[in-house]
Design a protein around this ligand. Structure first.
Ligand code: 5RP
Length: 268
């Protein structure tokens, strides 16, 4: 592996082999998502607990301090919206010059396997890998499901992850699934990180699936709504960090969540 790629990956994946990425890219197709109306305010108390930010160039420029020491994973696919015909109809939005100018540690590109735009989005990924690898920039593939949440099962996820890795992604972001998630991870020759999807019913549910996913081989998380849409985002970030980086059990992480939450309530 080239030094540049290794160096950038080492900014993202910590010495323990694990990572906690905070995605705030949702606005690129959802608009001002709840609790992300002002991304700069959302991330301020959370930054110290995460390893990297996943963000578009527009929000990076306008809402993230250029003195920010956290590495940036730049979201560079898009061109669709919640109100359009098909979320899968994505193109590449950001040039290689811009990626370098913004000092990205990596880029993120969505692929929509099984959709009408499978071919287009897989070639988006392959072309981005060609350009970024030349510049020592790792590519994270995002196995997206659009509005089809039922696709979050092992056979589909394993297929998407493997294809993304075969096309050259250095990291693959996918969803956790209850059954056979270990097969998703085993079938993917590059590290897998988990996204969260829409907000879960309880914090415990989030801590449980993250713990299970890490036990089954995922190296970490790229979790957005279940962090910053939580009523106690800082407590949630700390509890997740404990699972990802400190080998905390679900019970310990939940206790930590409650301690931080109660301390905040006592100070208020
Ligand atoms: C949205 C994304 C997000 O990065 C990804 O879905 C993770 O966020 P969440 O945990 O909220 O699902 O790719 O386009």
């Amino acid at each position: 592996m080239d030094w540049g790629i290794k160096n950038r990956l080492s900014q993202l994946i910590q010495e323990d082999g694990h990572c906690f990425f905070l995605p705030i890219d949702h606005g690129y197709f959802q608009g001002p998502t709840r609790c992300l109306e002002e991304p700069g305010k959302t991330i301020k108390p959370l930054l110290k607990f995460v390893d990297a930010l996943f963000v578009t160039r527009g929000v990076l420029r306008s809402c993230v301090d250029a003195g920010c020491s956290k590495p940036i994973i730049l979201r560079i696919s898009g061109g669709t919206s919640m109100t359009g015909n098909d979320l899968a109809n994505e193109g590449i939005t950001t040039s290689i010059e811009e990626i370098i100018r913004l000092n990205a540690a990596a880029v993120g590109v969505s692929v929509f396997v099984g959709s009408d735009y499978e071919h287009q989005t897989l070639l988006n990924l392959a072309k981005v890998v060609n350009e970024c690898e030349d510049c020592g920039i790792p590519v994270m593939a995002v196995t997206a499901v659009g509005k089809e949440i039922e696709k979050r099962e092992a056979r589909y996820l394993a297929l998407s992850c493997r294809i993304a890795a075969e096309l050259g992604a250095r990291v693959v972001k996918t969803y956790w699934c209850e059954k056979d998630f270990d097969k998703v991870v085993k079938g993917c020759p590059v590290p897998v990180v988990m996204a969260g999807g829409p907000k879960c019913k309880s914090e415990l549910e989030v801590l449980e699936f993250v713990y299970d996913g890490i036990e089954k081989g995922a190296i970490g998380i790229n979790l957005g709504r279940n962090v910053w849409q939580d009523a106690n985002p800082v407590a949630m970030a700390q509890a997740l960090r404990a699972i990802v980086h400190e080998k905390a059990t679900v019970k310990k992480a939940h206790e930590l969540f409650n301690n931080v939450k109660n301390k905040k309530a006592a100070c208020a």
